[in-house]
Design a protein around this ligand. Structure first.
Ligand SMILES: C[S@@+](CC[C@H](N)C(=O)[O-])C[C@H]1O[C@@H](n2cnc3c(N)ncnc32)[C@H](O)[C@@H]1O
Length: 301
């Protein structure tokens, strides 16, 4: 069944489809399930009873863990409320790695604290065998002056020319706001988010599976990075959107020999281990040329 689904978007209920995937067979499993928030999908009704929603989540989470290789990783994106239930099951069958807070401000909801992040749970199947790579993101810069936004204090001399190692709080990848960049789908994720997760935990030709693929974001990111993909979705319309999005991309998100994630023509994510090769292709910004970093300034209030 795995071979049949490779590099395909399959229409159907993910539970039945996941059950046909052999144990320990994919390198990365990513899920962005419906959030049970009454979102307007084409066919799916996003409003289960609390208990039923969680019982259903337990089923597909169990399957995701089962099909992931011992070297592989499992990611689940959702609002913090649901993630707080998912961890119970995940902690029994996999090993916690991180709770990634993806900064994403929402409109006021009249709650005591304004929700401003989605979570991405990062679990691994076997912590001794996990495939994982250190990732760098670009320094945050002032748009006009090119100065760095952060004051690195006495450590400026040791700054990496491209940018810092990634933390578990991601503020530099934004939700898709403009309609011209989105498809007819209520919750499309940005491709650079998935590219970052894929670069962090998989190698070329590895298999990435998404049981709720929607517009194909995970599959598109995997294809651009030279990985194999498998996507499931209940909805025929979303399958068609995914396939059309996949047709528009090639496995060419590379500089030299190294896979990287681009957004709007700039590199947003790279692997630390690739820097020696990549640095020969980068123009070091004017503000960093002499490496005395005197031009690094905090934003003036
Ligand atoms: C939150 S959206 C995923 C969006 C996706 N990450 C993207 O960037 O486009 C959830 C998707 O799950 C699909 N879905 C809901 N229940 C499903 C099921 N039982 N099996 C497969 N897909 C399902 C919906 O049709 C919807 O497209």
């Amino acid at each position: 069944m795995l071979a049949k689904c490779l590099n395909k978007i399959v229409k159907g209920d993910c539970l039945g489809l996941l059950k046909k995937i052999p144990d320990n067979s994919v390198d990365m499993a990513f899920a962005d399930p419906p959030f049970n928030l009454k979102k307007k999908y084409n066919g799916y009704r996003d409003s289960l009873e609390f208990k039923d929603y969680l019982a259903w989540c337990d089923e597909w989470i169990g399957e995701m863990v089962r099909i992931t290789k011992p070297t592989g990783s499992i990611f689940i994106h959702n609002i913090p409320k649901w993630l707080s239930y998912y961890v119970k099951l995940l902690n029994e069958h996999a090993s916690f790695k991180h709770w990634i807070a993806w900064h994403a401000p929402t409109s006021p909801m009249g709650k005591s604290l304004q929700p401003a992040h989605y979570g991405v749970l990062f679990y691994v199947k076997d912590p001794k065998k996990t495939k994982i790579y250190e990732i760098r993101m670009p320094h945050e810069r002032e748009r006009k002056s090119d100065y760095l936004r952060k004051d690195y204090g006495g450590k400026k001399a040791g700054l990496h020319p491209f940018g810092p190692l990634l933390s578990d709080v991601w503020t530099d990848i934004h939700r898709i706001k403009h309609n011209k960049y989105r498809d007819e789908h209520p919750c499309q994720l940005p491709v650079p988010l998935l590219e970052r997760l894929i670069l962090m935990t998989t190698g070329e030709k590895d298999v990435v599976l998404d049981p709720f693929v929607g517009t194909g974001t995970t599959a598109v990111a995997a294809k651009k990075l030279g990985r194999k993909y498998i996507g499931f979705d209940l909805d025929e319309e979303y399958k068609k959107i995914s396939e059309s999005n996949l047709k528009k991309v090639k496995p060419d998100s590379k500089i030299g020999k190294s896979w990287v994630s681009f957004h709007l023509g700039e590199v947003r994510t790279l692997r630390d281990k690739d820097w020696a090769d990549l640095s020969t292709h980068f123009e070091i910004p004017e503000s960093m040329k002499d490496i005395d970093f005197t031009k690094i300034k905090l934003k003036k209030e």
